[in-house]
Design a protein around this ligand. Structure first.
Ligand SMILES: Nc1ncnc2c1ncn2[C@@H]1O[C@H](COP(=O)(O)OP(=O)(O)OP(=O)(O)O)[C@@H](O)[C@H]1O
Ligand SMILES: [Mg+2]
Length: 263
């Protein structure tokens, strides 16, 4: 599928940071990590932040941020990103669909139009950082998006399994091919904190760090397995985990610093 949407209007995105979040495979917590990073920037760093969900077939940020249609149109034909309770402004497909349960048949022209709308035709004037939730994997669509979106850099979310080596290698090769920078790797489902305070590593420890040092990419840290993530995401209050689990904020501070370092 050939994507030729037009973004990268320099004037529009000048001075803004655009950060992509990707994963070599589905279900590793990419949407959770990208949402939490946006929430961290907005709530803890006080940076006006937007979330752009371009994972069209697996779009989940509408639920995580608890935003619903209708969406406002201003200045003639500009979409107004939806204000969420977390403070982050959100643009996601569910805001534009009448029936979110109906499958969306994507053809390149429709996708190009949606992408142009999400970036060029949305009023992002008030935000300084944009976090982009990309589709998982290394197929043509994530590849095209990675190529076209004018990002400062990408983060890769992985889970600590044996496949991590192959997945990181594939993604790094894709990034290299496109001349894009991977700023760091976040390990999700990295450990479990038992009720008695003991920490266990159900999938082993160290695989992600090993692969990071092999590829010379900074390791951003690991997030625990905790039912709060899914429970709060389902209730649209995911941002509350930042206050209730302060130990996880280090990961997002590391991500923030990695982006800042890029200038
Ligand atoms: N660390 C965690 N502990 C417990 N549950 C988690 C954790 N991270 C994510 N989840 C839950 O696992 C499910 C998948 O996470 P998420 O939607 O973030 O993954 P994803 O990589 O975006 O998936 P997809 O590839 O389908 O877009 C969600 O229900 C989420 O709430
Ligand atoms: Mg997702």
């Amino acid at each position: 599928m050939e994507l030729n949407f037009k973004i990268g209007n320099d004037a529009l995105f000048k001075g803004k940071k655009i950060v992509g979040v990707m994963s070599g495979k589905g279900g590793v917590g990419k949407s959770t990590v990208s949402a939490l990073f946006a929430m961290y920037l907005q709530r803890i760093k006080g940076i006006p932040t937007g979330m752009v969900d371009v994972d069209f077939t697996g779009s989940s940020q509408g639920k995580i941020f608890h935003v619903e249609p209708p969406i406002e149109v201003a200045d003639g034909n500009k979409l107004v990103p939806k204000d969420s309770e977390s403070g982050v402004k959100v643009m996601t497909l569910s805001l534009l669909l009448d029936d979110p349960e109906k499958p969306v048949i994507w053809r390149a022209p429709i996708m190009n139009k949606a992408l142009t709308q999400f970036f060029e035709d949305t009023l992002w004037d008030d935000v300084q950082w944009l976090v982009v939730d990309l589709p998982p994997g290394t197929s043509d669509i994530p590849l095209s998006l990675m190529q076209k979106i004018p990002v400062t850099g990408f983060f890769l979310v992985t889970s600590p399994q044996d496949l991590v080596k192959t997945i990181v290698a594939k993604t790094m090769n894709m990034a290299k091919m496109l001349n894009k920078k991977v700023l760091g790797v976040v390990e999700n489902y990295g450990y479990y904190k038992c009720p008695n305070g003991d920490i266990v590593y159900p999938f082993g420890k160290g695989k992600t760090e090993e692969v990071c040092s092999q590829w010379n990419i900074p390791f951003m840290g690991r997030l625990p397995i905790d039912s709060k993530f899914s429970e709060y995401a389902d209730r649209g209050i995911l941002y509350k985990v930042l206050d209730e689990m302060p130990e996880i904020t280090e990961v997002f501070e590391n991500m923030y610093n990695a982006v800042e370092k890029e200038g």
